[in-house]
Design a binder for this molecule. Structure first.
Ligand code: KIV
Ligand code: ZN
Length: 513
């Protein structure tokens, strides 16, 4: 019998704490929906007391997402816990996750509390949360750098007060695998009521050991791991969900553990998170990197052609890395279109289908064959479309090796067309200068990246930009997709500006309801 490992996904909370990442409510809900398709047990949707935006995201996720428990984070303070409950109460299976630091470094320099005060706060917080619900998780922040005997007293107190999960974070990624294994094993020996709670771990990746430490903890008896898609998170990130899950699967002979993850959804989830956060995946990243299943040397290619097992320990199909198959063409009708969407896992309303169908038709005029990746790109762009204050009406570029790059651009706003022209160091610079002239919006381009979504010369180009709002200093991600990379560049920048305007108006458009 394999033991069940609970997968607690914190992409929307710790993952969103990655520098420069900011997701809006729709994007968070879209990721949460995909996480349920993936089969995670618990989705940590946010930290409601941190901001009104975080509160709203947790509330909407709790109300709309079914099929996984939804957790809200709260410091060990009554006000935080009340706010977390308010946000998460409509979830099918709500969880409050309350935490306080236990290391002397944090007690002395950050909290300025004595150990006894931390013990009291732990008991009070867990009891307070238990008044609202039965699923309460307690985390001892910076547990690994805490005095082990004191940590054991805190964990015992949390369980006695009603915590059903106790989480042991390596908050600063300081542990090494053998040490962390022994640390967790000792907890099982020293905490008398440990059998009344699920022991969880939460490892950060500062030394690149987050996944290994999580696996070592599972071998020591931990039953829940906290992780994020693509390993995103504070600083060097958290343990990567896809790596933990596939290590448990590929080495089930050793770990004798199983998860409820539907592995075929891993790749799609990874792509979605990368796209919405704007955090690119390094090509050699395990499991989901572009090169993870690419065989370059002739000897390897020959081996794989003869027998896949010679150089592949995981079948790429197992994590949903399908070939980019042609699914539709210029002459495909509505019926074929609708059933293709269903087979790709999208359940869209009539109005959304109409919008996506229009996009598909205009793309099919410019691109002969539409693949599943193309279709996913336009569906996701349409589903996540935010209200557009500015929309690209037309774009004209003059560029070459002997001319000054010049862009003439028309944007539509309130049904009026606004035109401008500008020169730049290159065509993209010229486009962005022309857009700035029209909008007069105070923002700064922080980064620009371009990807070919599919193979072939007529591939769709996807541009991702990060733009800083000069008024709030917050960074927003904008995306644009088109077979023409300059058009994709313009769309991405306009998308980022629309997002800033949308966020600055609390999600409402100026003059809107
Ligand atoms: O890293 C950490 O300690 C955390 C806790 C709040 C669980 O993120
Ligand atoms: Zn963390």
């Amino acid at each position: 019998m394999y033991k069940k490992i609970y997968i607690f996904d914190t992409t929307l909370r710790d993952g969103e704490q990655s520098p420069g990442v900011s997701l809006n409510v729709n994007e968070k809900v879209e990721i949460a929906r995909q996480l349920t398709r993936l089969g995670v047990d618990i989705i940590e949707a946010g930290f409601p007391v941190a901001s009104p935006g975080d509160f709203a995201a947790v509330k909407v996720t709790a109300a709309e997402v079914r099929g996984a428990a939804v957790a809200a984070l709260a410091r060990a303070e009554a006000g935080d816990i009340d706010r977390a409950w308010e946000a998460v109460r409509e979830a099918e299976a709500p969880r409050i996750h309350t935490f306080i630091a236990t290391s002397d470094i944090h007690l002395q320099h950050k909290l300025r509390l004595s150990r006894e005060e931390v013990l009291e706060a732990t008991t009070a917080a867990v009891k307070h949360a238990r008044r609202y619900l039965s699923d309460v998780e307690f985390s001892a922040e910076d547990a690994f750098r805490s005095d082990h005997d004191f940590l054991c007293r805190v964990v015992e107190a949390a369980i006695a007060a009603g915590a059903t999960t106790v989480n042991i974070p390596d908050t600063v990624g300081y542990a090494t695998p053998l040490e962390f294994h022994n640390f967790i094993a000792a907890l099982f020996k020293k905490v008398p009521n440990i059998d009344r709670a699920v022991v969880s771990v939460h490892c950060h990746n500062d030394l690149g050991l987050a996944v290994t430490n999580s696996l070592a903890a599972i071998q020591a008896g931990a039953r829940q791991v906290e992780c994020t898609i693509n390993g995103i998170g504070e600083r060097a990130g958290n343990a990567a969900l896809e790596e933990i899950v596939m290590a448990l699967y590929a080495r089930r002979d050793l770990y004798r553990s199983e998860t409820a993850i539907r592995t075929e959804e891993i790749y799609r989830t990874s792509k979605l998170v990368s796209k919405l956060t704007g955090m690119k995946i390094q090509p050699n990243k395990a499991i989901v990197g572009q090169n993870a299943f690419a065989h370059e040397s002739g000897i390897h290619q020959d081996g794989v052609l003869k027998e896949r097992l010679t150089y592949e320990i995981i079948d790429p199909a197992l994590i949903g890395r399908s070939l980019d198959t042609i699914v539709l063409g210029k002459h495909s009708g509505r019926h074929a279109f609708r059933s293709t969407l269903t087979s790709l896992g999208y359940e869209l309303g009539e109005e959304e289908i109409n919008r996506v169908f229009q996009r598909f038709k205009s793309m099919a005029d410019r691109k002969k064959e539409i693949t599943d990746k193309d279709l996913r790109a336009i569906v996701e762009e349409e589903i996540l479309r935010i209200p557009e204050v500015y929309r690209l009406a037309y774009l004209h570029i003059s560029s070459g090796t002997t001319v000054v790059p010049t862009a003439t651009i028309g944007l539509e706003k309130d049904k009026k067309e606004l035109d401008e022209a500008a020169c730049g160091d290159g065509p993209v610079d010229a486009i962005y200068r022309a857009i700035d002239k029209i909008t007069g919006f105070p923002c700064t381009l922080v980064s620009y990246a371009i990807d070919a979504l599919t193979a072939g010369k007529d591939a769709l180009g996807e541009v991702t930009v990060r733009v800083r709002s000069n008024s709030t200093d917050a960074i927003y991600t904008g995306r644009g997709v088109s077979p023409d990379i300059l058009e994709a560049s313009a769309k991405a920048y306009i998308n980022a500006i629309n997002r800033i305007i949308h966020a600055d108006n609390g999600g409402k458009m100026p003059g809107g309801p």
